[in-house]
Design a protein around this ligand. Structure first.
Ligand SMILES: *Cc1c(COP(=O)(O)O)cnc(C)c1O
Length: 241
């Protein structure tokens, strides 16, 4: 009972410690609860523990939960790779899309965001892992894409997202996140009004916060392991010290 609430509190405590160690205000780091492969009932439970923003990787899976939880004022973020044939649905249903990595997808999103809705918040996903990753735009191609996105009428470019390759090497984690941070600072220096740097997951949020993350995307540490057929997490979140 209350495992999700306790896990959310444990994540907040980790964020507070990491922010303090970095000399940052913990309130500058938002939590996106990543609910992929977890049922709507667990999202509901997290909402009742105070969590508003949820991340999903698959449009179709997200639509089912949105429908089941339509009564709640949730903020849905798409964080998985987006095919352009899913861009219309994504533009209509999500508040944020964090995985924009091509001009083609960005234009589709803008074209399909209705005038009655607020502009769609978007992050450009940057590839900070070089050859070992296929997702995201290369840092060298980022400025051109970011300026195109910033100019599209129904999108609001908020910043960058990155998913480095998993590694237990803290120095490597920080190096990868640092690449994203420098890209972000460079774009801000070119006059783009950015406020969101989405870096860090359950296993590397400390390094991400040290490098300036303003949004950590946390699945396992809140909802427990995935792929258990949606079993309820009972204090199964990984612990960090
Ligand atoms: C699944 C996922 C997460 C959450 O990962 P955890 O390790 O479970 O915290 C964060 N971001 C993206 C893009 C993901 O696909």
């Amino acid at each position: 009972m209350g495992a999700i609430r306790a896990n959310l509190q444990a994540v907040s405590a980790r964020i507070a410690r990491a922010a303090q160690a970095a000399g940052r205000d913990p309130h500058t780091v938002r939590v996106l609860a990543v609910s992929k492969m977890h049922p709507a009932a667990h999202v509901d439970e997290a909402y009742h523990a105070g969590q508003i923003a949820f991340g999903e990787n698959y449009v179709q899976e997200a639509l089912g939960k949105m429908q089941a939880l339509a009564r709640l004022p949730l903020e849905w973020h798409l964080i998985g790779p987006l095919q352009s044939n899913k861009a219309r649905l994504a533009a209509e249903r999500f508040a944020w899309v964090q995985s924009v990595a091509s001009e083609r997808v960005a234009r589709r999103l803008s074209e399909n965001r209705s005038a009655e809705q607020a502009p769609l918040n978007v992050l450009v996903q940057v590839n900070v892992s070089g050859e070992t990753s296929k997702s995201g735009v290369a840092p060298a191609a980022l400025p051109a894409l970011a300026h195109v996105v910033a100019g599209l009428p129904r999108l609001r470019l908020r910043g960058l997202m990155a998913i480095p390759e998993p590694t237990a090497d803290i120095a490597l984690q920080r190096a990868r996140f640092g690449v994203a941070r420098r890209c972000y600072d460079a774009l801000a220096g070119e006059g783009l009004a950015l406020d969101t740097l989405s870096l860090g997951m359950s296993d590397d949020l400390e390094a991400a916060i040290a490098e300036g993350s303003t949004m950590v995307r946390i699945g396992t540490a809140i909802f427990g392991p995935r792929g258990t057929g949606g079993a309820h997490p009972d204090g199964v979140a990984k612990t960090h010290s």
